[in-house]
Each structure stands twice: as C-alpha cells, then as structure tokens.
Design a protein around this ligand. Structure first.
Ligand code: XMP
Length: 329
C-alpha cells in the first residue's frame, strides 16, 4: 500500500544507492514548488553533496531572489548558490520585443550561466576527501511533464517553447535524476508539506521561466520591470487578502507597451496601462478568467494607479484559454 512516508523513505534510499557514498548532484531551483520539493528531498538524502543553484535572471518578481534564498538556505538548510546574472540577461534582452526571441535569449543565457556555475562548483569541490566530481543533474520533472514530452508535445509546448523540460542537458555530461517523475502536482504538494516546506511555497502559483520578460510586453528594461513588479505585488496582496489565492490558479499583472490619457487631481496624465490576468484551470491547457466582483477590481485598480508611478489605467483581461493563452506573450 502506497503512503507518503514510504515514498520518501524509498526515494531517499534510491537516491543514495544511485549517487553513491561520494557522488555529487547539482540542480537549478526557482522557488517554485517542484524544484523546491526535489531539492529538499535531495538534501535529505545526501546533505551538502547536493548543490542547488538559483540563477537570478533579472526578471524575477519583487525581492523574489532574496526570498527564495531565505527559504531554501535558512529555512530548509539546502546548500544553495545564488548567482546574480541580472545584468547579463537584461543586456541581452535590450531592444528585443519578439516574445519567442525573449524566451530563447533567457533559455540560452540560463543554460550558459548554469553550466558556468556547475563548473565552478565542480572545481571548488574537487580534491575534497568526502566528495567526488558532480556527475548528476537533478530535475523536478513531474509525471505530466514526462507524458507531455513523450506524447509529441502538448498544444502549449508547440505554440511556445517551454524551456524547463529537457533542454538543460545538452552539452553537459551529467546523468539525470528525477525523483518526482512518477508524481502528480497534488502529490508533490503533499510531499512538500510532509518535508516541512512552508505552506505558502507549497501552494505558490506557477511562474514561467522567462519571468517578467513575458509580462512586460514589448521591450524589457529596468523601469518597465519596476512598474510590472509594483503592480503585481498589489494585485497578489489583494488576492490573498480576499482569500482567493488558492481558488485562483494563476494571477499576475502585465505591463502593456502603450500610453493612455488619464486625469489625477487637476493634472492630465499620459502614462502606461496595466493588464491584470487571473485564471482558474486544472491542467493549464484550458482556462477561464476569474469572475472577481466589482468592488475587488475597483480596489485593486485604485491602488495600482495611486501607488505605482507611471500607470494611469488598469484593465482586466476577460479572455479565456483558448483562444487566449495564460501569459500575454
Ligand atoms: P500559456 O501562456 O501557454 O501558459 O497558456 C501555460 C502555463 O505555462 C506557463 N508558461 C511557461 N512556463 N516557460 C515556462 O517555464 C515558458 O516559456 C512559459 N510560457 C508559459 C504559464 O505561466 C502557465 O502556467
């Protein structure tokens, strides 16, 4: 009979047998539930011989890199290296407006930074008596990801290049270790809770690899990121305050690359437009926009226009998927 405790014990044993007494493993973490659960499981199995790497790509949300570091390193005791590569990513994104180009730049830069970090960690670890070279790569692949990549590619994967499945392995001579490959999302959440991962992280909405780069429509720069970040914080804060965070599957603020006219006090404004998106879905292949009540939307819009410099209008996206995708780029 299957139980979570048995799964954890069995998986830890399997990891130890696979990796051996001195073997080392590296894996990227994002702060999302899958990579965090996978990382925590590895830490339970082999301690500091598991090296987690968080690449700050400059398009994460407000204070997100610090928060992830805090939770993983201090909270969960995971051996974590944080690499601030913001400048590299933002430099390469300069002038780029095409969504698929943004994804490719971020995906390729991520692989490059991750590989360089892997080499540095390998070099630092070599010569140690307790540990051998890094031979394994951890991936937090779930069962649905396995199915999606076997079955020729789901609709969203063919429309947009999701860079978090596969990809990472090219050019790296590492063996793949995937402790979550037999689990569904709800099982990963239960496992996370079982491993002592904070509830807030266990229930976090998914966040795309290309981050805010595909939520700042058009060109991405520091000022556009600031606006998107500040608006997103307000929207998510209000969703939590209304007790709707778990009911909604994914929500965010996107920044449109256009200006509109507004008036504040007696001043005419000509500033940018925020689009809010919130959807309910079970599989992320189809989704319905969330029917907020008018008072909620009024509150969020008032706060965003008042508190975020550079915004004079807030729109709510009432497009379901299909035909809309969840992300706006
Ligand atoms: P779409 O926009 O295709 O999104 O309806 C479906 C789900 O996938 C996420 N998404 C991505 N995740 N890299 C990712 O890691 C990407 O390039 C990407 N594009 C979309 C999106 O946030 C939603 O959960």
């Amino acid at each position: 009979e299957w139980s979570m405790e048995k799964f954890v014990d069995k998986e830890i044993e399997r990891i130890r047998a696979l990796v051996g007494e001195k073997g080392q493993v590296i894996g990227a973490v994002s702060g999302g539930v899958d990579s965090t659960v996978a990382a925590k499981l590895m830490h339970e199995a082999i301690g500091n011989r598991f090296h987690a790497v968080l690449v700050d790509n400059g398009v994460m949300r407000l204070n997100e890199a610090q928060q992830v570091q805090e939770t993983l390193q201090k909270g969960l005791g995971i051996n974590l290296t944080v690499v601030d590569a913001s400048e590299k990513f933002l430099g390469r994104l300069k002038g780029v407006t095409e969504p698929e180009k943004k994804r490719k730049i971020i995906g390729n830069t991520f692989i490059e930074v991750f590989q360089d970090t892997a080499k540095e960690i390998t070099a630092a670890a070599s010569g140690s008596a307790e540990a051998g070279p890094i031979e394994w790569l951890l991936q937090g692949t779930l069962y649905p990801d396995v199915i999606e990549s076997i079955s020729f590619k789901g609709p969203s994967a063919t429309i947009k290049t999701h860079h978090n499945v596969g990809g990472l392995l090219e050019g790296m001579h590492l063996k793949l270790i995937e402790p979550l490959r037999e689990l569904f999302k709800d099982e990963v959440r239960a496992l996370g809770t079982n491993l002592g991962i904070p509830e807030e992280l266990v229930w976090r909405h998914p966040f795309p690899g290309p981050g805010l780069a595909i939520r700042v429509l058009g060109e991405v720069n520091a000022e556009q990121l600031r606006i998107a970040r500040e608006a997103d914080v307000i929207f998510i804060e209000e969703i939590r305050a209304a007790g709707l965070y778990r009911k909604i599957s994914q929500a965010f603020a996107a920044l449109l690359p256009v200006k509109a006219v507004g008036v504040m006090g007696d001043k005419r404004m000509h500033e940018q437009v925020i689009a809010l998106r919130a959807v309910e879905t079970t599989d992320f292949m189809t989704a319905d926009w969330y029917p907020f009540d008018g008072e909620f939307l009024k509150r969020v819009s008032r706060r965003i226009v008042n508190e975020v410099n550079g915004v004079c209008r807030v729109l709510y996206d009432i497009t379901s998927k299909p035909p809309g995708t969840i992300e706006m780029e």
